[in-house]
Design a protein around this ligand. Structure first.
Ligand SMILES: [Zn+2]
Length: 443
């Protein structure tokens, strides 16, 4: 038994949302119970104890849209890269990187992403991968890194015709082999989806190929209407809007995760709702690529299950929270917007999305939930309780406030020190491969 106690505890459990001097008892990979520090210590006198020293104890974060392939882009300079729009950014930066990744570089990119996720208190990562230079085995390479680092992850490979039909088929088969492997796995630490890049790079023929191979237990993870170009191409080529096309291709449904959804109309929001399709919002990425602000508030008000991701832009979910909070206020010219919707995405939406792929409840501290817990170094300067804890997270904390990260009962970081891996060594390995990748890209 492991107890994490002596902290202000935010549980995200409606019955006892906040415990002033709280503790949580972890029994292997699950939470045995929560209570006050005194109660829990009395119940399990011999248990190992992690002292939160008055900080905040809360469920670990979930990130519902990541890109491991982008990890080695930090600080890169690509010869001749001078993007004039979103398509240039995709073609000149991201597709260029993904075409050059070796399997080893994919594995090192995954180590880097998971390492930074742990340091930001994220223990569940939904990734959307591409490495068109080395497709087969890439998801296994990522899984290998996830197991090494001790995090929970849902993987997929983004199918696209951008490098030709043969590679699209190889990508479909990479998804299928990983999905089948994950469905057989009993650890509750890995899951698989059928990844798709975006409507504008996938022909009807490839859509059908995905559908014919996809095991029925899983759905799709796809970028939807991220750029206006995606919508224009769909209207021009298929005479319909993107979500209508995806509906006609049987892509939508409760297991499908649609990233972005910027250029969608009211009718398409109805399609999301009717099919119970999940949406993930990535505020910093949308702003950074100058793609536009999605109608996420409206999507949520219609009852569509919506989560919050980072799209590889950062691994800090609190940063994503802060940016989403001001993006929608700014965009709608409404200072009252987004207060409740963004924490709902981050804490409730992401937990529900994860719940469609993992067995144990995530994002909550209660009996039977996954033993995924973080401790924040945070001492409030104003009163803190169940009613205002999101305000404290938004304005008082960042990902770097996380000092201890526990996933599935295993302590991955304690007092900012990674306990399962040698952080210096991992960083050095990643840097070495990144230098090699940059050299190959620039020829
Ligand atoms: Zn993305």
């Amino acid at each position: 038994m492991l107890i994490i106690g002596n902290g202000r505890m935010i549980t995200r459990d409606a019955l006892t949302p906040f415990i002033e001097d709280g503790a949580v008892a972890l029994d292997g990979s699950v939470i045995r119970c929560t209570g006050t520090t005194g109660q829990i210590k009395d119940l399990f006198p011999g248990a190992e104890f992690i002292d939160a020293r008055g900080g905040v104890i809360m469920p670990a974060f979930i990130n519902t849209h990541e890109h491991i392939y982008s990890a080695m882009a930090r600080g890169i300079s690509i010869n001749g890269y001078n993007p004039k729009g979103f398509l240039d950014i995709l073609d000149g930066m991201w597709w260029n990187i993904d075409r050059h990744l070796t399997l080893e570089q994919t594995r090192q990119s995954a180590r880097a992403t998971y390492l930074e996720s742990i340091k930001n208190g994220v223990t569940t990562v939904f990734d959307h991968h591409a490495s068109y230079g080395a497709i087969t085995g890439s998801l296994a390479a990522i899984e290998d890194a996830a197991r090494e680092m001790g995090v929970r992850t849902c993987l997929c490979y983004e199918v696209s015709d951008r490098d030709g039909k043969a590679k699209a088929k190889e990508a479909v088969l990479e998804n299928v082999s990983f999905i089948k492997h994950a469905l057989k796995d009993k650890s509750d630490m890995i899951a698989g989806m059928m990844g798709m890049h975006a409507s504008f790079t996938i022909s009807d023929e490839t859509m059908e190929l995905c559908a014919s191979y996809k095991p029925e237990e899983v759905g799709y993870h796809i970028h939807v209407a991220e750029g206006i170009e995606d919508l224009h191409q769909c209207l021009k080529k298929y005479g319909k809007r993107i979500l209508d096309r995806l509906m006609d291709c049987s892509i939508l449904g409760p297991k499908t995760l649609a990233a972005h959804c910027i250029y969608i109309n009211s009718h398409e929001m109805d399609l999301l709702k009717e099919t119970d399709t999940m949406v993930v919002h990535n505020p910093e990425s949308n702003m950074g690529n100058a793609c536009g602000c999605p109608p996420t508030m409206e999507i949520m008000h219609r009852g569509v299950l919506t989560g919050l991701g980072t799209d590889g832009y950062t691994h800090d979910m609190i940063e994503s929270y802060k940016v989403a909070n001001i993006l929608h206020k700014h965009h709608l010219c409404d200072a009252a917007a987004a207060w409740s919707e963004v924490p709902q995405m981050l804490f409730e939406g992401n937990a529900k999305i994860a719940g469609r792929y993992f067995d144990k409840p995530l994002g909550v501290l209660k009996t039977g939930a996954a033993a995924d817990v973080i401790v924040m170094d945070y001492n409030p300067i104003t009163p803190m309780d169940a009613s205002n804890c999101n305000g404290h997270i938004l304005f008082g904390m960042t990902g770097r406030s996380v000092i201890t990260t526990v996933c599935s009962g295993k302590v991955l970081m304690k007092d900012r020190v990674l306990t399962c891996i040698d952080e210096e060594k991992v960083s050095a390995d990643v840097r070495e491969e990144a230098a090699r990748l940059w050299k190959n890209i620039n020829g």
